[in-house]
Design a protein around this ligand. Structure first.
Ligand code: FES
Ligand code: FES
Length: 170
């Protein structure tokens, strides 16, 4: 199997690696970089557990080879928190509304929500449900997840009003 040199940025850190052409991006993130917050579920693009941001867009990292992500800017769930000891507003909102039970879907849900809120800080419930519509959750019934994203959007707007810096179109 051929090996390829790639460089890419993950959570603000530049990485260079040699990877086999057959290695998926999710396996590269988990096995090579030890970023195991991104989960592998179905491994064929259905469940959304492996979602990451690739150049700002949510994508399923099980459907991409690592070599295809060369030179990309990637954010995984580990990159959502300001530091390892502090939850982001979005993560704290999931905690507050019990937006997770087993937690398996949570990294993908957080990535989908982050992508939505980067575009729209005042999403309707329909827009929230649409944004997480490709992410499967077996535990929560989705309502606490929708509530978490609503709460996060309100908190981010309040933070902006107080001089914060959250992206999003009103
Ligand atoms: S593991 Fe990638 S979509 Fe399910
Ligand atoms: S919290 Fe268990 S799958 Fe969503």
């Amino acid at each position: 199997m051929s090996r390829h040199e790639i460089t890419l940025t993950v959570n603000g850190r530049r990485h260079a690696a040699q990877v086999e052409a057959r290695v998926t991006l999710v396996d590269f993130l988990r096995d090579h970089l030890r970023l195991t917050g991104t989960h592998t579920g179905c491994e064929h693009g259905v469940c959304g557990a492996c979602s990451i941001l690739l150049n700002g867009k949510p994508v399923r990292s099980c459907l991409i080879f690592a070599v295809q992500a060369a030179d990309a800017d990637i954010v995984t769930v580990e990159g959502l928190a300001p530091d390892p000891e502090t939850l982001s507003i979005l993560q704290d909102s999931f905690w507050e509304t019990h937006g997770l039970q087993c937690g398996f879907c949570t990294p993908g849900m957080l990535i989908a929500a982050r992508a939505l809120l980067a575009q729209n800080l005042s999403p309707t419930e329909e827009q929230i449900r649409d944004a997480i519509g490709g992410n499967l959750c077996r535990c929560t019934g989705y309502k606490p997840i929708v509530d978490a994203i609503k709460l996060a959007s309100m908190r981010m707007r309040q933070s902006n009003e107080a001089g914060g810096k959250y992206a999003g179109a009103e």
